[in-house]
Design a protein around this ligand. Structure first.
Ligand code: GLC
Ligand code: CA
Length: 530
């Protein structure tokens, strides 16, 4: 691994959806001071970086991904002083801060758009895509058509997401300069990196009808992050469906574009499309992981190790057993990912086994994507529509964190902006920590092991299991020493490993000693090969 990226292998990033994390002023909305209040908790867990979903001024049509001012804080979250305090208190604990940069679109309330839509000849007129007639038949991601008529300007503008999220025209050099200045503004406040929203869409190929991976994509990314000022930053791009070749172009250190890219293939396991569930299969997850670990090792690229985010229902509920074997499957999934080579990333609540909630009425959902999708599913009947939304909606991962089992889950003192997690009495941090088997305690020990074991951070990956095996077995070797990992899937199996000669470092079943014995459902073992 190139020197430049090697350091990132020891980062453990915790993704925070501030709106649902911790409310401190009793308005039912999470805030920056809530994040500050939990820094010691995160440090204790073993986290050394936080990624904050957008905190900028926003009308919140897409919960902050519709930015009205890149240099100011959303009213509900606090103010710039709170942000500065959060940055310095994080740094004081050795925690890096990663901001969510949203370069593809702004809110229609942004001053650039408000000016742009006025006329065809103002300083901002070319900041967005304007056409007399829609040049393509693109649909918007959250439903409806992607071109919207604007009566003021008597032209159509492009919005790949909500009507109120107009796409910026990156072919205009002024737009690129603006976004560089935004990045520099946050870097000068001490921010250590960026997660970049839908990076593949900043260059489009309108004549050929492609709304992503346009001809100037890599040139623009390089222009943004290939500069001296940005060289120290950790940058991870959101990019769905990138091929190996595209991945290489984004992340090859010598190209000075991004540190890494999210690779989402494994998130498709257990669903045929976003809202339709299929049979869960950890074997399918394993095969995806083997493919990308091998590819990234061959090409010396950095990989993000993650299972959850704010756009997807909890992975545990989709590919594990979130009922009787919740502890076993949550810890098995954790071991499968966080013993691999890459940058570890956890999503809030994952560390104590948060599951997908369930609601009986669409009025309990908040997400624009879910509500539009529900209306589209209604012809299939209300029951089926609700079933799909309960399975796949982004609200699944955006419910207030259940820190305890009290009325509002310890998140707030009042009813929160979105209904409390329907499973909060069964699944909350307090119950987990005081339970017989604690997922949180397992995460903490696993992250500590990772931190203390150079093989797990830097070691070469070699897969030992075959695609037909009902388990995942691999080694990580570094400077002549080897750690082996064995994660059994949903049924008992006998991988035929004898521990007699080996040193067991971690397991998730209490009585696993060192003898060879069949592995129970979701049982894992991490051991040093002598
Ligand atoms: C990304 C974000 C998602 C947002 C969309 C539009 O996919 O992760 O939450 O709605 O971009 O910005
Ligand atoms: Ca609040």
């Amino acid at each position: 691994m190139t020197e430049k990226y090697r350091d990132f292998l020891s980062w453990v990033i915790y993704q925070i959806y501030p709106r649902s994390f911790q409310d401190t002023n009793g308005d039912g909305i999470g805030d920056l001071n809530g994040v500050r209040a939990r820094l010691d908790y995160l440090k204790d867990l073993g986290v050394n970086a936080i990624w904050l979903c957008p905190c900028y001024k926003s009308p919140n049509d897409d919960n902050g991904y519709d930015v009205a001012d890149y240099r100011d804080i959303m009213d509900e979250f606090g103010n710039m002083d709170d942000m500065k305090a959060l940055i310095s208190e994080s740094h004081a604990r050795g925690i890096h801060v990663i901001m969510d940069l949203v370069p593809n679109h702004t809110s229609s309330a942004h001053k650039w758009f408000r000016a742009s839509k006025q006329s065809r000849d103002n300083p901002y007129s070319d900041y967005y895509y304007w056409f007399d007639e829609p040049p393509t038949d693109w649909n918007a991601s959250f439903g409806g058509k992607a071109w919207e008529y604007c009566p003021e300007r008597k032209q159509y503008y492009l919005h790949s997401y909500c009507v109120s999220q107009p796409d910026l025209n990156w072919d205009n050099p002024k737009v690129r300069d603006e976004m560089k200045a935004v990045g520099d503004f946050w870097a000068s406040l001490g921010v250590d990196g960026f997660r970049i929203d839908v990076i593949d869409q900043i260059s489009k190929d309108i004549p050929n009808g492609r709304n992503c991976f346009g001809p100037h994509l890599h040139e623009y990314i390089h222009e943004l992050f290939g500069r001296e000022e940005a060289a120290h930053l950790f940058t991870v791009g959101e990019c769905w469906a990138s091929t190996g070749e595209e991945y290489k172009k984004h992340c090859d250190a010598s190209r000075n574009e991004l540190s890494t890219l999210f690779q989402f293939d494994h998130l498709e396991c257990g669903r045929s499309e976003k809202f339709v569930q299929t049979a869960p299969s950890l074997a399918a997850v394993r095969d995806v992981l083997v493919k990308w670990q091998t590819f990234n090792q061959q090409n010396d690229l950095l990989q993000m190790l993650f299972t959850d985010n704010h756009d997807n229902a909890p992975f545990l509920s989709r590919v594990g057993n979130d009922k009787e074997l919740r502890y076993e499957s949550a810890t098995c999934i954790a071991a499968m990912f966080y013993t691999l080579k890459g940058v570890a990333l956890l999503y809030q609540g994952q560390e104590f086994g948060t599951v997908s909630p369930r609601y009986d009425d669409i009025s309990d959902f908040r997400d624009v994507e879910a509500i539009n999708a529900y209306n589209g599913f209604l012809p299939l009947g209300k029951e089926e529509a609700l079933k799909r939304i309960n399975f796949g909606s982004r609200d699944n991962s955006r419910r207030p964190i259940a820190w305890d089992g009290s009325e509002y889950g310890g998140f707030s003192t009042v009813a929160p902006w979105t209904p409390v997690h329907s499973e909060k009495d069964r699944v909350n941090l307090d119950a987990d920590i005081h339970g017989e088997k604690s997922i949180h305690a397992f995460y903490k020990r696993l992250l500590a092991l990772r931190r203390a074991t150079p093989e797990l951070l830097y070691g070469d990956f070699t897969v030992l299991s075959k695609p037909t095996d009902p388990f995942f077995r691999f080694t990580r070797s570094y400077e002549g020493k080897t750690v082996e990992v064995l994660c059994n899937f949903e049924t008992a199996s006998d991988p035929g490993v004898s521990f007699a000669e080996q040193d067991l470092l971690r397991s998730n079943y209490k009585d696993r000693k060192d003898a060879s014995a069949p592995f129970r459902p979701y049982e894992i073992a991490i051991y040093r090969v002598k």
